[in-house]
Design a protein around this ligand. Structure first.
Ligand code: UDP
Length: 464
């Protein structure tokens, strides 16, 4: 059916526009690759400073099938730090971004390469107005978990009030009951983070006009909330997990396995894993943005060392000085790197579990690869994701927080590691993780829920 429709139209051209965050460009790049695989032409864009500073694996070459472009956010020379704060940055981007996007669309049209569809990061809702102005399809792409989006949507509806009280119980359709401590961090830091919360709620400001609402989630993970959301937006589609498809579909060739990163990968860690026994190594990473203070770093360091297990820990260059002075970067049991190809690491059979901040991509990657999780969420949606990891999908445990210091103590981390690697509970969690891996792989494979949704979206563009 699709092939006949596709034969009628020249290759539709999508502009995929990402907010300048690693956790946004990663899934949007992977989604772009899927679209190219299904016959579309894709131009991937983000902000000028961000694009100019990306490392492109493999061999620093541009991928053959996807063109890269950039728009201005008003901070072309220094990115977010140039604005002084994230709040100030958002204001500048909102002011400068729309016109710069218009300029890009005009430039591409002049080059004989016009855009048929803008797939815009839901953090940038003004891109939909640009799509409407040009009369092209506008598809909002949500990089965060569908349940987290549902929370922000209910703030927009006025059904979740800010500020919340400690004793409030948040009851939203098709979701488990949430306490304040399960909510994204902006609900308890709204005094300083008000503009960020406004931006997150603003994702829904014009969503009713979007032609498609795409979400990097999987139907099987969140049936109830997806069914509920689809009643509101019939064109709401789960198209995840947008991770390198090589890990979901063995037919994808290695040379399609490039990615873009803010940081240079130290992939000798994959070799380091080679001679480690199956299921013996703890992988530790807190993503691309979370900072910890020195005390938290020390507790994690000693917790790992005292566990006496192998560990591979990603400590970004900007965090390295916070490590205890006597803590070696390479020891008999441990290796610290500044960045790695995380999905490759998680797919390695030596990995036993993942100590993570629960950024949504990291959660999706562990679920897709069947790796159990020890959750140390810090801010934003990570807290709600950790709740789902522990209580809904039952693929992990949340490390308890020391109430006074608000940090995870080394001993607490060590207990979680023991529980995960040595107890019956740990075995049960591993079994759950493997079950989710099976369901997710099926969803992403031919005929699966996500794959069908991607095809439906692509076919609609071919039949424009
Ligand atoms: N990542 C990586 N190498 C690392 C650490 C992280 O490739 O050493 C990737 C990880 O696979 C994920 C992304 O960076 O795709 C981080 O996104 P996430 O949503 O988990 O967290 P954020 O960085 O947004 O807090």
């Amino acid at each position: 059916m699709e092939d006949k429709t596709r034969a009628r139209k020249v290759q539709p051209h999508c502009l995929v526009l990402s907010h300048p965050f690693q956790g946004h460009i990663n899934p949007m790049l992977q989604f772009s690759k899927l679209l190219v695989h299904e016959g579309l032409k894709v131009t991937l864009a983000s902000t000028r400073f961000y694009i100019n500073n990306l490392h492109i694996n493999i061999n620093n070459n541009l991928p053959p099938s996807i063109s890269l472009e950039s728009i201005s956010d008003g901070c072309d020379n220094g990115g977010i730090p140039e604005a002084g704060s994230y709040n100030a940055y958002l204001q500048r981007f909102w002011l400068v971004g729309p016109q710069s996007l218009v300029d890009l669309l005009e430039k591409l049209a002049k080059l004989g390469n016009p855009i048929d569809c803008i797939i815009y990061d839901s953090f940038l809702p003004w891109a939909l107005d640009v799509a409407k102005k040009f009369g092209v399809v506008g598809a909002s792409y949500f990089t965060q978990h569908v349940a987290v989006n549902n929370i922000y949507y209910h703030v927009q509806l006025g059904k979740v009030k800010v500020p919340l009280m400690e004793e409030d119980e948040i009851s939203l359709p098709s979701m488990p009951k949430l306490q304040l401590c399960d909510m994204p961090s902006f609900f308890f830091t709204f005094e300083e983070d008000g503009p960020v919360l406004d931006m997150l709620v603003g994702q829904f400001s014009n969503i009713d006009k979007a032609d498609w609402v795409l979400c990097n989630s999987i139907y099987e993970l969140d049936k109830e909330v997806v069914d509920w959301t689809t009643k509101i937006w019939p064109n709401f589609k789960t198209i995840g997990p947008n991770i390198p498809s090589k890990f979901l579909d063995k037919r994808v060739k290695d040379d399609e396995d490039y990615d873009f990163t803010q940081f240079k990968s130290e992939d000798y860690c994959i070799e380091w894993l080679q001679d480690k026994p199956k299921g013996s190594v703890i992988y530790v990473s807190f993503g691309s943005t979370v900072p910890f203070d020195e005390e938290q770093m020390r507790e994690i360091a000693y917790g790992l060392r005292n566990s006496n297990k192998y560990f591979l820990w990603v400590v970004r260059a900007s965090e390295e000085t916070k490590l205890p002075k006597d803590f070696e970067k390479k020891s008999e049991k441990g290796l610290i790197v500044t960045w790695c190809s995380q999905v490759k690491v998680l797919a390695h059979e030596a990995i036993a579990c993942f100590v993570t901040h629960c950024g949504w991509n990291s959660v999706l990657e562990t679920l897709s690869l069947g790796v159990p999780t020890i959750a140390i969420p810090k801010w934003s949606d990570q807290i709600t994701n950790a709740k789902y990891v522990e209580d809904v999908w039952k693929v992990g445990i949340r490390a308890p927080i020391d109430d006074e210091e608000k940090i995870v103590r080394g001993e607490a981390l060590n207990n979680c590691i023991k529980k995960m690697m040595e107890s019956e509970k740990g075995k049960e969690i591993k079994r759950n993780a493997i079950e989710w891996r099976t369901l997710i792989t099926r969803a992403a494979s031919e005929g699966g829920s996500s794959h069908k949704n991607v095809l439906e979206f692509v076919s609609s563009l071919f039949s424009l």
